[in-house]
Design a protein around this ligand. Structure first.
Ligand code: BG6
Ligand code: MG
Length: 229
């Protein structure tokens, strides 16, 4: 296999392909309000890329209520959040794909590079169908089968394996700090979208500026430098 070649591109979903990160924020906001816990975008930053149960723990912790609920009460709260979230995403249509994403995917597909999705969300298949994008990805990880959450690399390694791609020759795209950490731990090249993602190999302020040519060139330069030692 030619080592000067991108073997796979693996996308995060929420906050990269579509702005569902905002709906997760709104749905958790309702739960926080019901529990009388202060909630704002800075708390939400710690929830990006984090599983549903883990997000609830972060919110309860923030409100000093980490010991106040039994396991079954916590399950109820998490499933109530999911009900709010599912109601919000019912309105999703292909119009909700973030700017620049379809163009980027088209360019990657033109080079016959396989695409995958590594999302912590159990709602990922529903969201991809609503955006009419499910056919564009060769593989979407099943979040419910992952043993460890991001920043563990498990989900990115699982997608690379399914796509028969070597992680060091693959690219991951993320909007969450834990996601960038997971990509790096997997040994992949990390592209960050948004702020405070210094650990990424390359960052863009927003999806509309993503350029496949720049991503690919930067990835190839890094890989050839690594080969030369
Ligand atoms: C991630 C989001 O993609 O999925 C998190 O960034 C969210 O905010 C997580 O908590 C789990 O999503 P879901 O849909 O399974 O509750
Ligand atoms: Mg995300």
């Amino acid at each position: 296999m030619n080592s000067d070649h991108v073997e796979a591109v693996v996308f995060d979903l929420d906050g990269v392909i579509t702005d569902t990160a905002h709906y997760h924020y709104l749905a958790w906001g309702k739960i926080a309000e019901e529990l009388d816990i202060p909630f704002d975008p800075s708390v939400n930053e710690n929830l990006k890329g984090v599983s549903r149960q883990e997000s609830l723990r972060v919110i309860l912790d923030h409100g000093g209520k980490e010991d106040k609920f039994s396991k079954s009460e916590m399950e109820k709260l998490a499933s109530q959040k999911n009900e709010y979230y599912k109601e919000m995403i019912q309105e999703l249509t292909p119009e909700d794909v973030l700017p620049g994403i379809m163009e980027l995917i088209t360019e990657i597909k033109n080079e016959n590079i396989p695409l995958g999705v590594a999302s912590a969300s159990k709602n990922a298949p529903t969201v991809l169908r609503a955006l009419e994008m499910d056919h564009l990805f060769e593989y979407c990880a099943d979040a419910s089968r992952m043993k460890r959450s991001k920043p563990d690399p498990e989900i990115f390694l699982t997608v690379c394996e399914a796509l028969e791609a070597r992680p060091e020759h693959s690219i991951g795209i993320e909007d969450a700090r834990v996601g960038i950490e997971a990509i790096k731990k997997a040994g992949m090249y990390a592209v960050g979208v948004g702020k405070n993602l210094e650990e990424a190999d390359l960052t863009w302020e927003s999806t509309e500026h993503l350029s496949w040519t720049s991503i690919k060139n930067s990835f190839l330069t890094k890989n050839s430098m690594a080969r030369r030692g």
